[in-house]
Design a protein around this ligand. Sequence first.
Ligand SMILES: Nc1ncnc2c1ncn2[C@@H]1O[C@H](COP(=O)(O)OP(=O)(O)OP(=O)(O)O)[C@@H](O)[C@H]1O
Length: 418
Amino acid sequence: MGMFERDQQVFADATPLDDSYEPEDIRERDDELEKYQRALQPIIDNRPTSNIFLYGKTGTGKTVATKFMLSHLESDAATYDDVELSTIWVSCENLSSSYQVAVALVNELRLGQGKDRISTTGYSQQRVFDLLYDELDSLGGTVVIVLDEIDNIGQSDDILYGLPRARSNDYVEDVRPVIVGISNDFQFRENLSPKVKDTLAEKEILFPPYDANQLRSILHPRAEKAFHDDVLEDDVVPLCAAFAAQDTGSARQAIRLLREAGEIAQAEEAEAVTGDFVRDAQDELEKNQLYQGMQELTTQGHAVLCALAYHQALDEVPVRSRDLYDRYIKICDRLDADSVSERRVRDHLSDMNMLGLISVYERNEGLSAGRYHEYELDVPLKAVLDVLLSTSRFEDVANIIQSTAEDNNLLQSNLSNY
Ligand SMILES: Nc1ncnc2c1ncn2[C@@H]1O[C@H](COP(=O)(O)OP(=O)(O)OP(=O)(O)O)[C@@H](O)[C@H]1O
């Protein structure tokens, strides 16, 4: 046997399971694509075109459908001499205001014309809008502006109002912006001011969650490309589809499960990917998600989590909110951190409950005691401590909790339960 031997590979080519992979065809979205096509058709006919708003939960194909439609639109538009079309795509993921979106748009437009970027600060809002209209004007024709993850800009929605108005603006005569807004936050749509809702969402296309059959049909062509022949057992794709359909209906989740299952099989040098690997993959991804949820808590969230971890280490769970709050105050004192009201702490706890990090029990103890809540961790104490230990501010407290838990023999038992 040589020193270097080729790994027993289950993957032939894992790229179809990457997040950035663009599939050859969009499956199970015929109705949505047809609506989308109709909404964009006036561009080719040189008729006024409504703005379009796509909404639906994460992983339901909004982005991939938009890329698909725009690439067809671009190549078809190119065959008509009298259709002038440009498209720009701005992800609002890391932008948190209208102002930032406007700057990002200006820069995207300038970049396309080989111009330097403008600074992201220091302009008045009006000046940025003026620059934006200038850039749009110099481009001319129809400009499809995709604002992906548009809900990140929160309540400051003046860009959404200002941009469509560019059509009737004095500055702009020969340019027709068409906005495609993409959002997975239904609340965002509800909260838009009525005037913005009217302009932005002239045409709405809903992308519902996928069911298991649809997910299977999305997974199959990718699985075929990604794995060697005869490596996937028959139940693997249906299981990935079923897990994802039950949980979120997200194609992204289904694809991740399939990839993770393959990676686990590969790491174990298995010759086939079996349903058991999908179950392992499901556990693994769930754990990652919880871990990430914990890491992303705010400092106050971490302090509340710390207080609960302390009670867990003392084996005093479930713990009543009053006792938990007292502990939280002590931890804040120790960290020299500001503390918040009991009510706010309850809000943090309910967020953590939503994330699946803790369990909340409602108790009803006669008239005198009234209603109250009790809490306990729903994830292993060990996992919570891992996160807190890696957060410099909480390292010391986490060390104390860890030794308390060790004294009470609570670290081991907790982990094996998981
Ligand atoms: N109908 C489909 N056919 C083929 N692949 C799909 C389909 N729907 C989604 N996918 C794939 O699933 C993944 C997630 O899809 P996409 O990014 O389009 O979702 P999204 O609705 O935009 O989600 P988010 O709001 O999180 O951005 C991508 O890898 C995409 O290629």
